[in-house]
Each structure stands twice: as C-alpha cells, then as structure tokens.
Write a protein that binds this ligand. Sequence first.
Ligand SMILES: NC(=O)c1ccc[n+]([C@@H]2O[C@H](COP(=O)([O-])OP(=O)(O)OC[C@H]3O[C@@H](n4cnc5c(N)ncnc54)[C@H](O)[C@@H]3O)[C@@H](O)[C@H]2O)c1
Length: 314
Amino acid sequence: MELKDVRRIAIIGAGIMGHGIAQTFATSGYSVTVTDTNRDALDTLFDRIGKNLATFVEAGLVTEASVPEILRRIRVAATLEEAGSDADVVIEAALEDFDVKRALFNRMDAACPPHAILASNSSSLLISDFASEVHGQDRCILTHWMNPPHIVPAVEVIPGRHTSEETYELMCALLLKVGKQPVRVRKEIPGFLVNRIQMAMMREIWSLWDQGVASAEDLDMAVMGSFGFRLPSLGPLLSNDLAGADTSLRVGSLILPHIDNSTTPAEGFRAMIEAGNYGLKTGSGFFSHTPDEWADIVEKRDRILLRRLKCLYG
Ligand SMILES: NC(=O)c1ccc[n+]([C@@H]2O[C@H](COP(=O)([O-])OP(=O)(O)OC[C@H]3O[C@@H](n4cnc5c(N)ncnc54)[C@H](O)[C@@H]3O)[C@@H](O)[C@H]2O)c1
C-alpha cells in the first residue's frame, strides 16, 4: 500500500486521545470511523470534536465553512468489526491494559483487510508483546500521540520486532500528511523517548515539591520561565551546544549526585493520589479549582497551544 491508497481510518476508543486523533484525520480529508464500547463516548463524540474545531476556527487554523464537511467525514460504528472492515489504517486508543490491547489486536487482525496497518497509541506497552498473536505482525506499529492529540505536533513512531520498513515509512508519511511531526524511535524500549525524558524531570519535580523546596506554582514557573521558555523553538541538545557543551558537562557532573534517583515516585505525591486528589478529575491535585475554573484552564490551554501551533506552522 502507498500513501495515496490510504483513504479510510478506523479509531478504536473515543476517549481523550481517540476523539482528537479522529479529528486530526478528518480535518485532513480522511474518512474516519470511530468505535467505543461506551455508548456515552460515542454519543458525545461530535459535540467534543465540534468544540475543538470551534477553537481551531477562532485560532484561524480551519475555516468555519469547512467544519460541517470535517464532521461529515466522521461516522460512528457499534463494533470494532464494523469500524475496521474497510479500514486502511486502524488506530487503537482504548484502555492502557495488556490483556485489553492483546484481545483488541487479535480482533483487529481478524476483522480488518489484510493490507490494513494496525497501530496502537499505547503510552507504555510494547507492540511486540501485545500484538504477538497477530498474523502478519509486519503491519503492526506503535504511534504515540500526545495530549491534546489534535494539537500537539509530535507523534513517536515505534516499530515492533516484526514491523516492516514499508509500514514504518508509510506511517511516518501519513503523520506528516496530517500535519504531525513523526519522531522516529528506532528501538522498542519502555516509555519510548518522550515519557522517559518527561519522567526523569517529573521525578525531580515531585521530589522537590515533596521536600517543600518550592510551591507548585513556583516549580511550574521555574520550568515554564526558564528552559521551558526556550524549548518550543530550541531543543535541549542544541541548547547545550549554544551554552557550551563543556560547561553543561561540568554543571551536570556537579548536580547529578544531588538529584533524586529513586525508582518510585516521591512518597508525598503517592499520598496525594491515595487521598483521592487526582487534579482536574476530582477538583484538587497540586492545585485546587472549582469545575468552572478547571474548564477555563483547559480552554485557555487549548487557546495558548493553538496560538503556538500557528506560530510554528501557520
Ligand atoms: N491521556 C493521555 O494523555 C495519553 C497520551 C498518550 C497515550 N495515551 C494512551 O492512549 C490510550 C487511550 O487513552 P485515553 O487517555 O484516551 O483514555 P480514555 O479513558 O479517555 O479513553 C479510552 C476509551 O476507550 C474505550 N474502550 C475501553 N475498552 C474498549 C474496547 N475493548 N473497545 C473499544 N473501546 C474501548 C473506553 O470506553 C474509553 O472511551 C491508552 O493506551 C493511553 O495510555 C494516553
């Protein structure tokens, strides 16, 4: 199959990730079929995508006139078998659970055309493991989108042990075509690139917060106002080169012995979760807000990220 032959996309799971992935493909002209075992996720699908698209219109990233057409390209299906029957590419974005993904991949294998690429959006599981029973594992691949998937540009592309070069290149080309930046991860390692790097930073932030070194507000500002400010346009390694890589080595050698190297998240963070403070989901986490305030924060986040996206690619 070549890129020009890809016409129909199926999305399994219409949650936080699935609905945004569906929106991305539909916006780029693809026919998208979405399925979910939860009726509510399908009933609210068009409303959620419609709201996202309204923010895109406001940011000047899509025209108002194109919105009905984008929505018309999306349909819902009652079952995976129905959604996948005529798909060229299937993206599984269901529960992060090994047995669930294994069962879904076996069903995708049986239900989808033999030429279809079978992709998973798993954040942590390895495709070689949960797709090991699929016939033709050369067409299985992991694409790790980031939240919010309809906005964040990078998608990590991770091959399994048996993924063919053809599947890999086609997936990268497809992601580029829908406006994403494929990040080529050549080895199948837990956490891939983004979560490993992110978790290295989060381990230290959770630890500093737990030790009471700074407030949640100040910890966020320490990142956002410093290296975080540079990061959208300057990667950390180029930044090292510009600052003098020899200096970076000296500073790293002095500081690394002092930073957290535990293999579990800070105890205080675990205690916060055990007390039922999950953040937006429960009202309180590192920060406390009313439901309306959280809704404003999410809307503001999307607005800011879309402005940045427009600066980068608009
Ligand atoms: N949320 C994130 O920030 C994020 C980022 C990257 C990757 N991921 C990964 O993407 C996947 C989806 O995450 P999410 O955040 O969208 O979760 P979510 O809970 O918001 O959505 C998952 C959806 O899958 C549905 N589902 C569960 N079992 C199913 C099945 N057997 N068949 C069809 N649908 C089923 C659920 O009803 C739910 O609507 C997970 O593997 C997750 O690890 C999540």
